[in-house]
Design a protein around this ligand. Sequence first.
Ligand code: ZN
Length: 107
Amino acid sequence: MTATWTKLRDGSWGVRCEDGLAEGKTVSVTRKDGTTSCATIQMRVWGDGQIAIYSIVPNARDGHGHEMMACVECGYSGPGVKMATDMSGIRAPVCRRCDDGPYNSFA
Ligand SMILES: [Zn+2]
């Protein structure tokens, strides 16, 4: 099914799509205007077995329609932020400064 954006209880954006998606999975999310962008599943917030709502790994946008990844540790977004995999296998963006913290890059 098509994933769509939804507001979470804390005011941040999440996605609504089929239930059973793994954390760290990237989904293509369709906006109301029909354009799509990618989001990375962070955590399942709610689900009924068919449809679920997930929080997503935070992203910032650079103003040109491109998605810039924001570091999950310090919130920095810009050059040097890349996807890294932590010890539990969850992929998340981290900046160069935080990369030698809990996240180990295998990219
Ligand atoms: Zn950082």
